[in-house]
Design a protein. Sequence first.
Length: 292
Amino acid sequence: MPAYFSMKFVCEKKCIYPKLVQDFYTALIGNGFRFAGGYWGYDMDTPEEIIAWNQAKLEADYVPEPSEPYFNGYKQMLFEYGGFSEVRGFWLNRREDAYFEFHVILPEDELICWHKSGPEYDAKKVDRLVLLGEKMWQFPCVCLIQTELELSDPSPSLEEICDGAEPGAEPFAILPEAAWNVWNEKNASEEKYVCRRTDRGGVIIKLRGVEKAMEGNKELQDKIIALIEEILAVPAGTITEDTLIEDVEEWDSLMHVTIIGELEERLGVKIPLEDAIELTGMRELLQKAGCL
């Protein structure tokens, strides 16, 4: 078995409601995941069967005992996502905690290369995962997102982060701004992380080395923005990294098709049709182009 990279979505138990698991999976599907099957004995289960099973387990605050057979536990799902050869999702619960978690795991060696000096991350793939995290941060019960490698120390709880523990950010994390501010006061974080604020009171922190690896894409980003402004015939400066397609009157469906075609023809930027259809703004477009 390969070593796995993990992305952990920490959720508050007090927010559990009857359709939580269904809504969480729907949010994943809306962000590019495709159901590929059950896993580990549940290969023939439908998504609906797995969702109903896991919902009932969460509502019962179920935690498997060491002596129990594996088939009593939470059922895992296999997904297609981001071109990774394997993507799995599963729930994890600890009865004594106020939180439960959903883990997305994928092969570590498809995200990083190991050198004597440490890991070198694929910046394009990392930013795709950051975008996923930022979208899933909108899910109401998610209160912390951490990432870790297989041999990393276990990620701390939200309370432990506020007490000064290092967030699980290998290579990024999303945490409440209040928790970040408390942690930031106790640690010299400016040398290690690049951070920016996002919606719902969150802060995205990313290892500075990963951020630097992406600086070489700034020139391409500027060319993409300039080309789109040319096609739309709008003044320079109209389109920015944060522009939403729905906010630009000139950017209708016909123009969208033209933009996607011209990006490939003139800049060599190819965005698959299934991804192009789902684009809602420049940040996603630039991420698909490998600029962010």
